[in-house]
Design a protein around this ligand. Sequence first.
Ligand SMILES: O=C(O)CCC(=O)C(=O)O
Length: 322
Amino acid sequence: MQPDRQSSEALPNANRGVGDGSVLSKQQVEFYHEEGYIVVEDVLDKALLTKLREVTDEVTASAADLTESNDIIDLEPGHSGENPAIRRIKRPHLAHEFYLELCAATCITDLLVPLIGPDIRLRAGGKVNMKSAGFGAPVEWHQDWAFYPHTNDDVLAVGIPLDDMDSNNGPLLVLPGTHKGPVYDHHSQGAFCGAIDPTTVDIDFSKVVALTGKAGSMTIHHARLIHGSELNRSARQRRLLLYEYTAADAWPMAGVEPLSDFDEFNKRVVRGSPTIEPRVEPVPIRMPFPKAPYQGSIYENQRSLSHNYFDHSPEAKRAEAT
Ligand SMILES: O=C(O)CCC(=O)C(=O)O
């Protein structure tokens, strides 16, 4: 099954804006609450984008000697010293000081205040998904919320493309409005698998919208919004930095992330103040347990999904190379 591609350029203007240092318009905020996502153009200036690419190249180059994935680098199957291929940089705020600085930059957080309030915490996760030219793997449909439920759902992810993200190089795909629906089963064979089995649900996948944008723009999607992405069939890489943020009073449910270091938890408040009084709201929750049999990243978790939606076949990858 393949998504019916649709560019966000065809969408009403409400979901697009220019990152000129101002906060989001009322229309954009309403669009986010209604549809569960927005795209904002020109959020990173040229200097920040250049630095982000340099740092990402540096971290990528450091993977050349690796023979297996570690806490920071997730290798593509087939990676070798001669043909280094990394799938993801995990927890970028720990991978390089620059990613840590960038997650608190006002050009990003100014845009989040109208959506989740003035007190904002970075989640311990986050990633740079590399979606390399020729083999960048699909990500099956999922809700981030299934991985990390909190006491309230003022939880979202920000995506910053390092390369122009268009309909050919595996853009982020979303199903508008699904953040208001249920939290779907992300289990397979009795354990969490981090993906929705498309054969067991009544979801209208034809409503898909591709979030396209220039390098340095920013996508924002609600943690409950169903999303995924296809194989990158183009000859161009599509690197996407994803930071995950919560309102500071949205506390992770027990076991979802380690809270053994309370100082570190509070230091991740990138704006405003921490609190020890979680706001508890009646949000639907399914716990991601028992844990996925394949650990390491979403790509690993999703290996145990019984039915894929996107085409992962070697033939599809070869089609890209030609
Ligand atoms: O990089 C992508 O295309 C999708 C990423 C995503 O949804 C995830 O890693 O949770």
